[in-house]
Design a protein around this ligand. Structure first.
Ligand code: DOR
Ligand code: ZN
Length: 398
């Protein structure tokens, strides 16, 4: 057996060290958090084989509705404390009343997981009523508003075309500290799909930040080094979520040697250098970067089609995948910041007050290949390498 350690305990035990900086540095600068973690573990000669983390939160999740909701919600609710739930249903979640009703439908499937809290979002349109947004936020129903540029992705047709039209809502949100979750891609057909995030940052995000500087913004599912650089250098009220799958796949995984629809999502995975920038950002511990899985279940029949849907279903094995990436980067000490601390801090919420334990097995863990729903199967993300970490919580759902 190897050594078990709580990251929180480990870092707390280093209280004599004046201040921990987790600056994202690409120049190999000294990282005090990592040093402390390693010093603490010098006594443990054996490799780390268990890890206790504050319960993680997922700051970007698709749960859908009806049969799909009932099939997938437990994959998140059994391990995560909270999840920011995306509003791109058909029809979308437009008002506080819609969000409240959707929250009830989610909770109806979570009886076995009484601690799980779905945090609801509203879908921003050019006719969103600022007063309704403020009322829903102040009532604690809504925790963010989602901006989809019209046509950018799944069910985004009612999204925003003219950003001036949503300015009053954004100003009202800034006043009450309600974050805007942004799908950061332009939609012009003339812009190459691999450039749409970088172009969005220059053409839309920079002007939006200049127009409403005090608005908290999250560049969701960042996929480029450009996005990482922008967020790292922006002020306190800018952050980014990073998905699990973008830490594993680059565009070759989708396109080389055959077309792989289960690796297709939006924003689409980019070149390897961008994946490496995402891994560096996630494992840095920097406060701006936190987990938003964008776990997005679609029926296999909808993905394996002449015009397949975008979205990758990662909820069942996300934490095992992340432990793998962080271990490979010798950064297990930063996993808790990414999964459990940075997001809560940005949203102005306390971190979870309970923990989960991850254990490293001697044999690779076998995950189910797909999740069954009443209408068909949903393929679970295959990260392409054997996974040894799993949550120590009794038998896995099959
Ligand atoms: O791949 C994606 N799937 N990206 C999104 O932005 C939406 C999501 C979905 O809803 O399926
Ligand atoms: Zn999404």
């Amino acid at each position: 057996m190897g050594a078990g350690i709580s990251v929180a305990e480990c870092l707390a035990s280093a209280a004599s060290v004046p201040c921990m900086t987790h600056d994202l540095s690409r120049d190999g600068t000294f990282d005090r958090g990592k040093m402390e973690f390693m010093e603490h573990n010098m006594a443990a000669v054996e490799p780390i084989t268990s890890l206790t983390l504050r319960r993680p939160d997922d700051w970007h999740l698709h749960l859908r509705d009806g049969a799909m909701l009932s099939a997938v919600v437990a994959d998140t609710a059994q391990h995560f404390g909270r999840a920011i739930v995306m509003p791109n249903l058909v029809p979308p979640v437009l008002t506080g009343a819609d969000a409240s009703a959707y929250r009830d439908r989610i909770l109806a499937h979570c009886a076995g997981y009484p601690k799980f809290q779905p945090l609801m979002t509203l879908y921003l349109t050019e006719t969103t009523d600022a007063n309704d947004v403020v009322k829903a936020a102040e009532a604690g129903i809504v925790h963010a508003v989602k901006l989809y540029p019209a046509g950018a992705t799944t069910n985004s047709a009612s999204g925003v075309r003219d950003f001036d039209k949503v300015r009053p809502v954004l100003e009202a949100m800034a006043e009450i500290g309600l974050p805007l979750c942004i799908h950061g891609e332009v939609t012009e057909p003339s812009v190459d799909i691999f450039d749409r995030e970088a172009v969005f940052i220059d053409r839309v995000l920079r002007p939006l930040r200049a127009a409403v500087p005090s608005l908290k913004m999250i560049l969701e599912h960042v996929t480029t080094a450009d996005g990482v650089d922008f967020v790292r250098d922006a002020g306190d009220n800018m952050a980014a979520t990073i998905t699990t799958h973008h830490l594993f796949i680059n565009r070759n995984h989708i396109l080389a040697g055959g077309l792989r629809p289960h690796y297709y999502c939006l924003p689409v995975a980019k070149r390897e250098r961008h994946r490496l920038a995402l891994v560096a950002a996630a494992t840095s511990g920097a406060r701006q970067f936190f987990l938003g899985t964008d776990s997005a279940p679609h029926l296999d029949t909808d993905k394996q089609s002449a015009c397949g849907c975008a979205g990758i279903y990662t909820a069942p094995n996300t934490l095992s995948c992340l432990a793998h990436v962080f271990e490979a980067e010798s950064a297990l000490e930063q996993l808790e910041a990414f999964t459990s601390l940075n997001g809560a801090a940005f949203y102005g919420l306390p971190p979870a007050n309970d923990t989960i334990k991850l254990v490293k097995r001697d044999e690779a863990v076998v995950f189910p290949a797909s999740r069954k729903t009443a209408n068909g199967e949903v393929t679970i993300f295959d990260c392409g390498v054997p996974l040894y970490w799993e949550i120590d919580a009794g038998p896995m759902r099959v």
